[in-house]
Design a protein. Structure first.
Length: 125
């Protein structure tokens, strides 16, 4: 079956998943009201290159499991970022203006995530 290392890793992964799933619903509710959008669904999954994704047509967001290891502000930043994609698909000036309006301190949290292993990707803005 599993060796001890794999078993520990699996247990920690599930623990992180439960922690995130316990706090995400309230954060989504809070930020949907601020941004003025409504999603249909959300989920948590392990992602190698992104902190979050948004499917505009399905109105569904996915959040990276590794956000459980980051500050709550970083998690909120990614939630807002993905919600704003329901208003603007691209990372253009309109998107940036929305981010500035809804979460004026977003750049601080983006920088914090960019210093983390997944943060090596350049988001182009």
């Amino acid at each position: 079956m599993f060796d001890r290392t794999e078993q520990r890793e699996r247990l920690m992964t599930e623990w992180y998943r439960r922690q995130l799933k316990a706090i995400i619903p309230d954060l989504i509710d809070k930020w949907q009201q601020v941004v003025g959008v409504q999603i249909n669904d959300w989920g948590v999954k392990k992602m190698k290159t992104k902190w979050g994704t948004c499917n505009r047509e399905a109105k569904r967001i996915w959040l990276n499991l590794d956000l459980a290891k980051k500050s709550i502000h970083c998690l909120e930043y990614i939630i807002v970022h993905e919600l704003v994609h329901l208003l603007e698909r691209r990372h253009n000036d309109i998107f940036i203006n929305y981010m500035d309006q809804f979460m004026p301190t977003w750049r601080r949290y983006k920088d914090e995530l960019n210093r983390a292993p997944l943060g090596r990707e350049e988001w182009g803005y």
